[in-house]
Design a protein around this ligand. Structure first.
Ligand SMILES: [Zn+2]
Length: 301
């Protein structure tokens, strides 16, 4: 019988959990988060010392691998954080706070904080534009959830949140919560995130005209694309996103939508078809915990 991924020591033992995290975020050895030094660092031992504590003899400050990360200031054992990251990274449609609460044995409030912090870790900062010469990027939009205070409409999207997604065929996905599908809202996003040399697939002609070439995709979903002219890839992304948002998350406050988008973008951009398995995907999320300590304190559901 093959070994279960969940048998790994870092999911059960706090020492192993720190060793695992350190090897992921400090590939060349410990780095002091206060002064950035890496030369004069010693590991603190002894029974009274907490696990994973180092001391920097340059600035005389003790630190752990979790300092300055989304795990900082949390009382949750690191091994549970690693379990949570693995679960969220490997669950195709996401995992609810309720399930974290039941599986990890933490309170619902803690589970909620953990899940948003992991989403923050999955967020990619300072992204280069996607696409390039010969690359195809699909652009589409979808409506999700309800806007607060806007009555439900019989037709149209006025009462829903709008999402704009860019997907590079054979590559990654980037989603944005936009105010409208007007040119003024879409064009700046497209310009900042897609290289002009790309081939653009969009139903939105004024956007496509800015690119090396573009395929005008019929906006009606009843019309099929011709050859490479289609937006099936981004529609596939939306189908997973919608199944997750409806089936797993159910409620999502408007102000948190960007966090869920980061989560679905992350899993898509690090998918098996690109050679990234569950363990490698969780490791990538772990690398993303650095430098993103969250400051908000008020829980909302
Ligand atoms: Zn230091």
């Amino acid at each position: 019988m093959s070994k279960s991924v969940l048998d790994a020591a870092h999911f059960h033992d706090e020492h192993a959990a720190y060793a695992y995290l350190e090897s992921r975020i400090w590939p060349s050895g410990p780095v002091c988060p206060k002064c950035g030094g890496c030369e004069r660092i010693g590991k603190m031992g002894g029974k009274s010392t907490r696990i994973g504590v180092y001391k920097c003899y340059q600035c005389r400050k003790p630190f752990r691998a979790t300092v300055g990360t989304v795990f900082e200031a949390s009382h949750v054992p690191l091994r549970l954080w690693l379990q949570a990251v693995h679960l969220m990274a490997s669950s195709k449609k996401g995992i609810s706070s309720n399930q974290f609460h039941r599986v990890l044995g933490v309170t619902l409030k803690t589970a909620w904080f953990m899940s948003h912090r992991i989403r923050e870790a999955m967020k990619v900062l300072g992204m280069e534009p996607m696409g390039g010469e010969g690359q195809i990027v699909e652009v589409d939009e979808t409506a999700i959830g309800r806007l607060e205070g806007v009555p439900k409409q019989k037709a149209g999207y006025a009462h829903k949140n709008l999402v704009l997604t860019l997907v590079e065929r054979g590559g990654s996905a980037r989603s944005f919560h936009v105010d409208s599908t007007s040119l003024a809202d879409i064009l700046p996003v497209v310009r900042a995130n897609i290289r002009r040399e790309s081939k653009l697939m969009t139903w939105y002609k004024p956007v496509g005209k800015e690119f090396a070439s573009h395929g005008a995709v019929a906006h009606s979903k009843h019309e099929y694309g011709r050859g490479e002219i289609h937006t099936n890839t981004v529609e596939g992304f939306y189908s997973i996103f919608k199944r997750g948002m409806k089936g797993v998350y159910q409620h999502c406050a408007e102000k948190h939508l960007h966090r869920y988008l980061a989560e679905f973008d992350f899993r898509y951009s690090n998918r098996v078809a690109l050679g990234i398995d569950d363990v490698a995907r969780a490791d990538r999320a772990l690398k993303g915990i650095v430098g993103k300590r969250l400051t908000y304190q008020t829980p909302h559901h």
